[in-house]
Design a protein around this ligand. Sequence first.
Ligand code: 13P
Ligand code: SF4
Length: 305
Amino acid sequence: MTKALSPLGQKIRELKKKRNAVILAHNYQLPEVQEVADFRGDSLELSRVAAKTDAEVIVFCGVYFMAETAAILSPQKKVIMPDIYAGCPMANMLKADELKELKKGHPDAVVLGYVNTSAEVKAELDYCCTSTNAIAVVNALRDRKEIIFVPDKYLADFVAKKTGRKMIIWDGFCPTHIKILPEDVKREKKFHPFAKVMVHPECLPQVVSMADAVISTSQMAKFAKESEATEFIVGTEIGLVYRLKKDNPKKEFYPASERAVCPNMKRTTEEKIVSALEEMKEEVRVPEDIRIRAKKSIDRMLEIV
Ligand code: 13P
Ligand code: SF4
């Protein structure tokens, strides 16, 4: 299943060496982008890798908030995006000023935010979390009376059900994950009755309730590898299916819905990676005062998990 590197892939490899760069790709990236990347992963993994690497340059193949997170954790490195317009509509559903207003109405609440937020919003958080660790972070806040959870109302709903905590929730969502409907899962289950259903917590609650496992993209990669099952229905953005098939050539993976495509995640191409490395742009910068405050929310999360 591993593809040989294309001529563009070869060029990227040479440029990467010349620039002392590392290429990070989110699990939803196009197959050819996943192939040229040094690391593939979910939001948490990529931010951790970004901080540990010795490279001077990080080429982030993902969406803007992820590259910002890399810049927050690695201020001494240059973070560039092959397509600076690859944003996350969910992250864009909450502005820092809106969060400030919400906080004013709940002065005693602890403020928890999904990693899918801008650096400015992260600077307003007490704690950051990812889809992998949101439940653990909420459980760690058991002595706090009020919790504000932003911006994903469906992740919040899932976490609230799992922890028994009522939370103050922002009305954000992922436009890609809500395209996966209960009837899609029902149909795939009918076609593949022995398949395990893995679903991302950004999905609709009705879809989440039909899953055998509600997990992040990299947890899905782990679950598929470790499970004795040989067939899986995949309830997330379809880019992950490439990685799952590559890692598990003897197993079968069926997207819950072919419509679950994140157009922003598909903006990055090999051509754009070449240009990014040649021209060393577009750089993602986070102002130092915001970076320091945003980093605190990530550090507090990492102290818990
Ligand atoms: P994870 O890769 O952290 O599971 O997140 C999914 C997602 O939608 C990222 O934008
Ligand atoms: Fe944002 Fe959804 Fe795309 Fe992830 S899949 S980057 S949450 S829009």
